[in-house]
Design a protein around this ligand. Structure first.
Ligand SMILES: [Ca+2]
Ligand SMILES: [Ca+2]
Length: 266
């Protein structure tokens, strides 16, 4: 951590403590450092400085202003958002990091398809324009790996996933490879803030269960918080957020811009 980042974290921590009138907490694990972002005085101006439910509510209002695309349009969008930075003919696949030709989109073995990181059965939102087509949680993924992940909740452990080196699964949960752990956490928590049950869709929320089935919840929150700390936003993730904002939906994933907001809310 740079001196500047440490200084910003200390200032943020001191201001936060002063605002809520509490002593500084004892830090048992290194928290995500408070970050500054180019959008703090514009896009996020009504959220900066808030914590807890007031931060979640402010972010919900901000990110709910968006355009929606069709499920069919997701195919071409993923060819842009998930493009291999080293090969413009390819996309990078979630859970494996494999680089595969954009032309191999489809449903056959060896193809890539559209992975819903927030499983669409958790809230039964399907694929009409809305959460089921929200690019902030859709990623290119190997067809067979996507099938293995299914609608499982998120947790550590299990046996190695064929075709996705470093990822593990057991009967009810999936653990992505280390490089994708933070991405998954920030996508799930984006969905929880974006969808609050005030529109046509269910109120999506994280919880501690790995047996959620079709309820609109995804576990395990404590693990997702750990993954957010362990795997900070990468250049790939930040570029993706910018493309979705500038070219498709007009809204941002706040947890990519401010990973410390995960701890500020949960
Ligand atoms: Ca990552
Ligand atoms: Ca919610």
């Amino acid at each position: 951590m740079s001196v500047a980042r440490i200084r910003r974290w200390k200032v943020w921590a001191a201001v936060s403590a002063a605002v809520v009138g509490l002593a500084l907490p004892t830090l048992t694990a290194a928290p995500a450092a408070a970050t500054t972002n180019a959008y703090d005085t514009t896009y996020y101006k009504n959220a900066v400085g808030k914590t807890g439910t007031s931060l979640k509510s402010a972010l919900h209002t901000i990110i709910s202003s968006q355009s929606k695309i069709s499920y069919d349009a997701v195919w071409n969008a993923l060819k842009v958002t998930d493009q291999d930075p080293n090969n413009t003919n390819n996309v990078i696949l979630l859970y494996s990091g494999v680089s595969r030709s954009k032309s191999l989109s489809g449903g056959d073995v060896g193809d890539w398809n559209r992975e819903h990181v927030w499983a669409q059965s958790h809230g039964s939102f399907g694929t009409s324009a809305g959460p089921g087509t929200d690019l902030h949680h859709l990623r290119a993924c190997d067809v067979q790996v996507n099938s293995i992940r299914g609608n499982k909740d998120w947790d550590f452990g299990g046996s190695a996933v064929s075709g996705a080196s470093g990822s593990y699964t057991d009967s009810n949960s999936f653990e992505p490879r280390n490089a994708d752990k933070g991405d998954v956490a920030r996508m799930i928590l984006y969905m929880a803030v974006r969808y609050e049950g005030d529109d046509a869709w269910a109120d999506l929320e994280p919880n501690e269960s790995t047996t959620n089935g079709s309820v609109p919840w995804h576990g395990r929150l404590s693990v997702l918080k750990q993954w957010n700390e362990q795997d900070p936003p990468s250049a790939f993730e930040e570029r993706r957020n910018d493309i979705i904002f500038n070219s498709y939906q007009g809204n941002r994933n706040p947890f990519i811009d401010h990973p410390e907001w995960v701890e500020a809310i949960w």
